[in-house]
Write a protein that binds this ligand. Structure first.
Ligand code: KG4
Ligand code: ZN
Length: 325
């Protein structure tokens, strides 16, 4: 049995987790900073890194207490993300690994999201097409095998989570925008406004969200009395449509036998129900607790990287714009 302790500090969640053999979650501590950033309407990088520093030691001690102390491998997110935040987790992890004489494994944040799918479930995850939908990324990735990836399509402008967050701000809904829009949308009419779906206009697997965001801005300007719930529902429908259309194209193109969906926006109820009902391949969705940033997914990816020999050392430093491949 191999236990991986992992640290995730790329944005505004501090995560410390211990996972056994890359699959079984023993501890998954997540300290969210949402309440600290809420009044600014978005993440303030300096506040984020200071808060990671404040809580990471206690979360680690608690995780070690829960598993009785013994861990074998140390993993940490080393990008992409906020530099000050990444530095907290990576330096903590390197020091921890060095002090205990353990291997240190750097993990790409998006690969972590991909591995949220392997946790606590028996079925195979690869080969697959992956739809990554987070606050910073919107990508379709051809996953031939663990660590063998080809990016097929990516957003040309905003990430889908970013679009939810920006539109929520326009609508005066609280941060983070995804859950607020989902909640408002449940009381609105998704056909009230016809927002653009650029995906319908091209066969390429590239995605785009800035046009949709601008369309919401103009709609609000031209219809100041429009119901927030109707705009939220119509926006969400267009944003989800864009993802569903491109995912179907990606599946036709790759003939992948299954779809993995991961990242914060994978928590979106409308996206989940449409993918589950409209695709003719199995759709692997993480439980809601593993959609948001967490360290269990980093431990799962770290375990696989360690098994494949992709370890780092004390010279490994985080990169805010780290590429997956
Ligand atoms: O993966 P994640 O926790 O952090 C990044 O790696 O970016 O994703 C955060 C994003 C935010 O943009 C948030 O608004 C969005 O995920 N999100 C949602 C929902 N829950 C979180 N978007 C739509 N519907 C949701 N239910
Ligand atoms: Zn993430």
């Amino acid at each position: 049995m191999t236990r991986v302790i992992a640290f995730e500090t790329s944005c505004d969640e501090t995560g410390v987790a211990v996972v056994e053999d890359g699959k079984r979650i023993l501890v998954n501590n997540v300290a969210s900073q949402i309440d600290l950033h809420k009044r600014f309407g978005g993440v303030v990088p300096e506040i984020a890194s200071r808060q990671h520093t404040r809580v990471i030691s206690a979360l680690t001690q608690d995780a070690l207490d829960q598993v009785g102390g013994g861990v074998d491998v140390v993993a940490a997110t080393n990008g992409p993300g906020l530099m000050g935040s990444l530095l907290v987790g990576v330096n903590f992890a390197k020091a921890f690994a060095y002090a205990r004489g353990l291997p240190f494994v750097p993990v790409h944040h998006i690969e972590g999201h991909l591995f949220s799918i392997v946790l606590d479930r028996p079925e195979p995850s690869f080969p697959s097409l992956a739809l990554i939908v987070s606050g910073g990324h919107t990508q379709l990735i051809d996953c031939a095998a663990p660590h063998d990836y080809r990016i097929l399509g990516t957003t040309q402008d905003d990430a889908v989570g970013e679009a939810f967050d920006k539109v929520a701000r326009l609508l005066g809904l609280p941060y983070p925008g995804g859950p607020s829009i989902q909640k408002a949308a449940e009381k609105g009419n998704p056909t009230a406004f016809d927002f653009p779906r650029p995906a319908t206009k091209s066969d390429s697997l590239a995605l785009s969200y800035s046009g949709l965001k601008t369309a919401v801005l103009y709609k609000l300007r031209d219809h100041p009395a429009a119901r927030v719930e109707d705009i939220a529902a119509s926006f969400q429908e267009a944003a989800v449509d864009e993802l569903v259309i491109k995912t179907k194209q990606g599946l036709r193109y790759t003939r992948a036998p299954r779809l993995i969906v991961a990242g914060g926006v994978a928590a979106n109820r409308r996206l989940r129900e449409r993918l589950l009902s409209e695709l003719d391949v199995p759709v692997l969705l993480p439980p809601l607790s593993l959609c948001v940033d967490n360290a269990a997914m980093i431990a799962a990816a770290g375990y696989s990287r360690w098994r494949h020999g992709f370890t780092g050392d004390l010279r490994t430093t985080p990169k805010s714009a780290l590429a997956l491949v």
